[in-house]
Design a protein around this ligand. Structure first.
Ligand code: MN
Length: 158
């Protein structure tokens, strides 16, 4: 899926993996410069544009990781992404504001990642207010399953 999935008008692949580690979180990944830029989101994304979700910048991952499903990890969403505006993704990351569009199965429309402290790891993921925002909804609980296998992560003790 890593190659030939996204047409030219998209910048690259996008994936969210729901990961049951010490703390359950969602790994939000965007293909950039041949790797997956990655943020760990404890509460997961929300389609409600009034919600701001803590997103901790973590290590880049190899593109192949986008296809990983395991006992403790499902592919919760995937598709393609592209930056909005004239700045490159790298320039947007440098300024601490990345504005982009997603074409996933669950997440679509406009989004923002905003760095909110001097610590370069601390970002917020926010849905832009557009025709794809769904105020009051929680897509993580409404659609918990893998988009690839339909599996959900077992509840209960990690
Ligand atoms: Mn993880």
């Amino acid at each position: 899926m890593a190659e030939n999935l996204c047409e030219d008008r998209w910048a690259g692949i996008y994936v969210v993996q729901k990961h049951r580690a010490t703390q359950l979180h969602y790994d939000f990944r965007l293909e950039m410069d041949g790797v997956l830029k990655s943020w760990a989101i404890p509460k997961g994304p929300s389609l409600d544009h009034t919600q701001r979700r803590l997103a901790m910048l973590v290590d880049d991952h190899a593109l192949e990781h986008a296809e990983v499903e395991a006992e403790d990890c499902i592919i919760w969403d995937r598709g393609c992404w592209r930056p909005q505006g004239d700045l490159s993704p790298e320039e947007q990351l440098e300024r601490g504001l990345l504005e982009f569009e997603l074409a996933g199965e669950k997440l679509t429309g406009g989004w923002g990642l905003v760095r909110f402290t001097d610590d370069p790891k601390n970002w917020l993921l926010v849905k832009q207010k557009d025709e794809r925002s769904r105020p009051g909804s929680e897509v993580t609980t409404e659609e918990p399953e893998s988009v690839v296998t339909g599996k959900t992560l077992d509840r209960g003790a990690p």
